[in-house]
Design a protein around this ligand. Structure first.
Ligand code: AMP
Length: 395
């Protein structure tokens, strides 16, 4: 079985082709700058990468190029596009309708179009990617895998904001949660690593990347998560503020003479690690500066680690216990400092890590101290593979 995974952004189209019989990636790549030029990188394990400037006016041209490369004599891995059994699409938002991965038909697309107002950045490109695939691969099943669907079982009192209830019923303002595919993947992997059924485990998964979120997974079901109506809520991120007092917004507007859109831009693109440190949104740069004694960089790192700690505490309370913490994504997988700061002084909750195991961790690793009640794991995420696995169920 061969599954193509597509992740369409506003000016990009990432792809990954899997042979699901062996689990191997046959080819992967990225089309960038769609609509304003065009550049493609195409990789096949064991071969030299192919990279080229090419005119890509729209997602249709990008997908045509990708499909052409996949069957080309020089760079291809397929003899025909018909070898692709199904296409899995990463879709950030499934609204309230899509509670699990689903076959995408006209009705599904029509629904996705209705929720563009609550998903203005990611919705339109995802729809473009789906439409391009349906045009160019008419008989191939298209499957939507939604970041939000892992959160469809969270209880109402944890997803409704304490604002007039009509804002939920009429305007769909509620918490949705994001990064669900990553949290679902690493929580399942954690159960595998611990050799226990996921149904018996209480796990907190920390996806720490440029965007970051934390999820409480009780018995395999997400019961709470840090991101909300948008990926803006929660802990500080690369450029996003995370949760702030909402009255700060009108106050900034008045004090600094900014429009609502400008404040949104500040909170989304100029805050978080970048805003506090004044240096960079890249965690590595901020950490290096903090270690060199830069006060604001150090402040940003402390705000991040303390934010994560608070979620771990509150989710342990919500689940009435904790068996494992998982660190994943760019920062969580690679940086021992953040793991160390987060897990420091957590003995009361039964969390103790082994600093030698922590600093030498590479790939999937158990970094818990031998006598720790709670296991702390590092697990590389693989959202694309999770999407491919879900898509396979429709073949
Ligand atoms: P992601 O969004 O998952 O790609 O993660 C991006 C973030 O991971 C950036 O802030 C990077 O600075 C951080 N990151 C990537 N590699 C490392 C590393 N080796 N050590 C620390 N942070 C890293």
């Amino acid at each position: 079985m061969k599954i193509l995974v597509i992740n369409a952004g506003s000016s990009s189209l990432k792809y990954q082709l899997y042979n699901m019989d062996s689990g191997e990636v046959l080819a992967k790549g990225n089309c960038e700058r769609i609509g304003s030029g065009g550049f493609i990188t195409h990789k096949r394990p064991g071969f030299e990468n192919y990279a080229c400037e090419v005119d890509l006016p729209s997602h249709d041209e990008a997908l045509s190029l990708v499909l052409g490369l996949l069957v080309s004599e020089e760079y291809g891995v397929l003899s025909s596009i018909d070898e692709i059994d199904a296409v899995g699409h990463r879709i950030a938002h499934g609204g309230e309708k899509f509670k699990s991965s689903t076959l995408i038909d006209d009705e599904a697309i029509a629904y996705l179009e209705t929720i563009v107002p609550i998903n203005p950045l990611h919705g339109p490109p995802a729809i473009k990617g789906i439409k391009a695939c349906r045009r160019l691969m008419k008989d191939t099943p298209q499957v939507g895998v939604f970041d939000t669907s892992f959160y469809s079982q969270i209880e109402d009192y944890r997803i409704i904001y304490a604002i007039p209830y009509e804002y939920y019923t009429e305007n769909k303002i509620r918490r949705y949660g994001f990064h669900g595919t990553s949290h679902r993947y690493v929580s399942a992997k954690a159960a595998e690593m611990l050799g226990k059924p996921i149904e018996e485990l209480k796990i907190i998964t920390c996806h720490l990347g440029n965007g970051s979120s934390i999820t409480a997974v009780n018995g395999g079901i997400a019961v709470d998560t840090s991101m909300g109506f948008t990926p803006q809520e929660g802990i500080p991120m690369g450029t996003r503020s995370g949760t702030i007092d909402p009255t700060v917004v009108p106050y900034i507007m008045k004090q600094r003479g900014l429009s609502a859109e400008e404040v949104e831009d500040v909170l989304n693109k100029k805050s978080g690690l970048l805003g506090v440190s004044g240096l960079s949104n890249d965690y590595r740069n901020v950490l290096t500066a903090a270690k060199e004694g830069n006060y604001r960089a150090d402040l940003a790192i402390k705000m991040l680690s303390n934010g994560i700690k608070k979620y771990i505490g509150s989710y342990t309370a919500e689940m009435n216990g904790l068996d494992a913490i998982v660190f994943t994504a760019g920062i969580g997988e690679n940086d021992s400092t953040i793991r160390s700061l987060v897990c420091k002084d957590m003995d009361y909750l039964g969390i103790r890590i082994d600093e030698d195991k922590n600093s030498s961790a590479s790939g999937a690793a158990d970094i818990s101290a031998d006598d720790s009640k709670v296991k702390t794991l590092v697990i590389p995420t693989d959202e694309e593979y999770m999407i491919a696995l879900d898509t396979l169920k429709f073949c």
